[in-house]
Design a protein around this ligand. Structure first.
Ligand code: PGA
Length: 244
């Protein structure tokens, strides 16, 4: 893992956007694995600004999102579909046929997981997977557990994730209890991984990434086994780590 300590959230967002923009310049039909949450928001704004300035063209880019609540309708303002359109897709020229997000309103979660897995497997492969990290070490919605799933699957959210995500809802009761998420295998199949970590609340989990072990209780620890991971981490999040 390559750690790049950034001055603050904005610096992290700019550096992340530069990495993705450089990739798209070299490979206009790049396949991006995308994430929701606070961590990538600034990066999406930076990419949208580059697009508005004519510096980047997404017309051939394809995207797969990491996860979606289950069950939720796309039109629900809390859905990740809505988040992605509001914060990114509506601001750039990615063709809608090239966008895929697990369908949170699917009747059958197992069927939908299989559809998503098969579509990723049939693609030329994700070139760069953008990730945030949960306070509990989750990536996507791969929650700490005795075992982790390799492929896209339906998951029950942990209390800590429901609590963390309740900041976007009126109350924790309104947070969906399940999600569909790419599995660890699909995440690890990406050619490159870009992990964004920001803020003091992430300092404890960030520190575990410098330990020399892998455990299903910290799903992000599996990223230590990947050959091409860049961790963009701001000073607050890096405050408990030895690297400075
Ligand atoms: P955040 O969420 O980017 O909103 O901190 C990250 C996550 O829970 O994976």
């Amino acid at each position: 893992m390559k750690f790049v300590v950034c001055e603050n959230y904005d610096d992290m967002s700019k550096k992340g956007a530069d990495i993705i923009a450089d990739l798209i310049k070299k490979k206009p039909d790049a396949i991006l694995g995308l994430a929701t949450g606070n961590s990538p928001l600034g990066l999406y704004s930076e990419l949208a600004a580059k697009y508005a300035a004519g510096k980047i063209n997404f017309s051939k880019v394809q995207t797969f999102n990491l996860d979606e609540y289950y069950k939720i309708k796309q039109a629900d303002p809390q859905s990740y579909y809505f988040f992605m359109h509001e914060n990114f897709f509506s601001k750039v020229n990615i063709a809608s046929k090239n966008i895929d997000i697990p369908f949170g309103d699917a009747d059958d979660a197992v069927e939908e997981s299989k559809r998503y897995h098969d579509k990723i497997a049939a693609s030329k492969g994700i070139d760069i997977q953008l990730l945030g990290i949960g306070n509990n070490g989750h990536i996507g919605f791969n929650e700490p557990d005795d075992a982790l799933s390799a492929c896209t699957h339906n998951v029950l959210l942990t209390e800590s994730t429901i609590e963390a995500n309740s900041r976007y809802f009126k109350s924790a009761d309104e947070v969906p209890k399940e999600a569909l998420t790419m599995g660890i295998g699909e995440i690890m199949s990406a050619r490159q991984i870009l992990l964004l970590i920001s803020g003091k609340s992430k300092a404890a989990v960030a520190k575990t990434l410098t330990d020399n072990f892998v455990t299903t209780q910290i799903p992000a620890s599996f990223l230590k086994l990947h050959q091409n991971v860049t961790v963009l981490i701001d000073k607050d999040a890096a405050s408990e780590m030895k690297i400075k």
